[in-house]
Ligand binder design. Structure first.
Ligand code: CAA
Length: 258
């Protein structure tokens, strides 16, 4: 796959998508978001890929929506043209696990895109922020909705209203990211995590992802009912037969092709 604003790497069952507009701090423009949707859908449909990593460069994940591109937009360009809605949320349709790996800045739309990943791993250089207020707009890709769900109302309001950045330690403390690694080890560690998931049955990983995401859209009772359906259905799969037989036979499970 060749893209103007993305770099693609294949690591066995793990596909890596790198945002790549170095001259503009990986600012997210229409072309990049169209390409990102295209790459994500291709990997989601590829049976050889089990896990996707979305990352940026060492210096920046993404510094937000492209301010130069949108500075002269009018209401007619944004509302009828469905700015953001038209191409930013393809990632939410991806059924395989997507791990966000953040080094350096994840600001504005960059922080929002990161929060659309299933979980986040950060380098100790990471800085997260929602500075939209400083350029005269509200967040537009879910910052006011996903940030309070991720880190609680008080921290989220603080970040959104003051535009202050939080560092990797604060992001881990507040639950925005799951793990932090030294910047020079981040991709190595991220690949290890992705490969450990990719070695597990992809069908179960997809079901877990779908069930967890359901928790944010439904009641507890309905969510548990939803999970139970996947649990029952698992007993009709080769992964369950292999996983439980391997446990009882005291050998490693082989989920190849499952
Ligand atoms: N859009 C367009 N270009 C951007 C950009 C953005 N969001 N962020 C950085 N750039 C460009 C700069 O204009 C600069 O370009 P030139 O070299 O042509 O002048 C280049 O990237 C390097 O940036 P800086 O010189 O500013 O680099 P720095 O190291 O001094 O600062 C930074 C880095 C702190 C990330 C700073 O660039 C910055 O604050 N960027 C803007 C962050 C921001 O406000 N993001 C929110 C955007 S609005 C949004 O995202 C809406 C939404 O919710 C969807």
């Amino acid at each position: 796959m060749q893209y103007a604003d993305l770099l693609i790497e294949n690591h066995g069952k793990v596909a890596v998508i790198r945002l790549n507009r170095p001259k503009a701090m990986n600012a997210l423009n229409d072309n990049m978001m169209n390409e990102l949707g295209d790459a994500l859908y291709k990997f989601d449909a590829d049976p050889a890929v089990h896990v996707i990593i979305l990352t940026g460069s060492e210096k920046v994940f993404a510094a937000g929506a492209d301010i130069a591109a949108m500075a002269n937009y009018t209401y007619a360009d944004t509302y009828p043209g469905n700015y953001i809605g038209r191409n930013w949320e393809h990632i939410l349709n991806i059924r395989k696990p997507v791990i966000g790996v953040v080094s350096g800045y994840a600001l504005g739309g960059g922080c929002e895109l990161a929060m659309m990943c299933d979980f986040l791993i950060a380098a100790d250089s990471a800085k997260f922020g929602q500075p939209e207020i400083k350029v005269g707009v509200t967040p537009g890709a879910g910052g006011t909705q996903r940030l309070p769900r991720a880190i609680g109302k008080s921290k989220a309001m603080d970040m959104l209203l003051t535009a202050r950045m939080i560092d990797a330690a604060e992001a881990e403390r507040t639950g925005l990211v799951s793990r932090v690694f030294p910047a020079d080890k981040i991709m190595e560690e991220a690949l290890k995590i992705a490969e450990s998931i990719a070695a597990m049955p992809v069908t179960v990983a997809m079901a877990i992802k779908d069930s967890v995401n359901r928790a944010y859209e439904t009641t507890l009772t309905e969510g548990v009912r939803y999970e139970r359906r996947y649990f029952h259905a698992a007993f009709g799969t080769p992964a369950q037969k292999e996983g439980m037989a391997a446990f009882l036979e005291k050998r490693p499970a082989n989920f190849e092709g499952k």
